[in-house]
Design a protein around this ligand. Structure first.
Ligand code: SF4
Length: 260
């Protein structure tokens, strides 16, 4: 994609609950002022470089989404999926009203059900809803200015004090913590499928001499086999999160940890 000096964006809601739309509008307010990056909201797809889609792809909207895409100038025709719903169907992934041509009966993932069903997506901005900062970051990536002006930084909430689980084992507790963290970056269906795969790798690394290195190699091997960058991102995220959570429990109850 040639570098664009400005991006004119047409916002299309294909069934969103309005949460994502509010965050999208927020980036155009004076506080975030995305127009300073040359991103402008336009009223017609005929004037747009990019289609910014929010919400799962509902059956009612398939025709309108196709028409909007076809109405755009032939190049560069960028599609930006904002929100977990637009990325994978989100919480509505199995709803009857969602348009899906990918197989319903198989457990394929990343789950489809978003705009990807009918249009090629260039940028995925997950989150339910994503924060304005995340949308800005996605747009800055698209414009190719992010390396120049923004350095990558992970932010996390303050570590809250936790009480030890009583009715469940610490192994299960770690899995629940991972599930909870993964919720922030991936859709509900994909989360469980990806976590299941990751826990199999943890199981394989169990009882080896250098568990951390073995798990890392297994993760890398897994990532080489999958072509989807979203899955690779999630698996690597899980690896980091796994050691963080596990060490926290190890400090609390060194004798009880025996998972791997
Ligand atoms: S991702 Fe969340 S906020 Fe956005 S449309 Fe879906 S349910 Fe609503």
């Amino acid at each position: 994609m040639s570098k664009l000096k400005s991006i004119w964006v047409f916002h299309l809601n294909t069934g969103a609950c309005n949460g994502c739309d509010i965050e999208v509008l927020d980036i155009f307010t004076p506080y975030y002022d995305v127009e300073r990056l040359g991103v402008k909201l336009v009223g017609s797809p005929r004037h747009a470089h990019a289609l910014l889609v929010t919400g799962p792809l509902t059956r009612q909207c398939v025709y309108a989404a196709k028409r909007a895409y076809e109405a755009m100038p032939p190049s560069p025709r960028i599609v930006i999926a904002v929100g977990t719903c637009a990325c994978s169907g989100g919480i509505f992934y199995d709803s009857y009203s969602i348009y899906r041509v990918s197989p319903r009966d198989t457990l394929e993932y990343p789950r489809r059900g978003g705009i990807e069903e009918i249009l090629p997506v260039d940028i995925y901005i997950p989150g339910c809803p994503p924060r304005p900062e995340e949308i800005l970051y996605g747009l800055a990536l698209l414009k190719g200015i992010v390396e120049k002006r923004v350095k990558q930084e992970y932010q996390r909430e303050e570590e809250e004090s936790i009480t030890l689980p009583e009715n469940i084992t610490i192994e299960e507790r770690i899995k629940l913590d991972l599930r909870c963290s993964l919720r922030k970056i991936v859709g509900y269906f994909d989360r469980d499928a990806i976590l299941e795969d990751f826990m199999k790798l943890v199981e394989k690394a169990k009882d080896t001499d250098n568990e951390e290195a073995v798990l890392h190699n297994l993760v890398e091997e897994y990532c080489r086999k999958v072509s989807d960058s979203r899955i690779r991102f999630c698996i690597r995220f899980l690896e980091k999160e796994y050691w963080r959570v596990r060490r926290r429990y190890e400090e609390m109850v060194p004798s009880k940890i025996n998972i791997a």
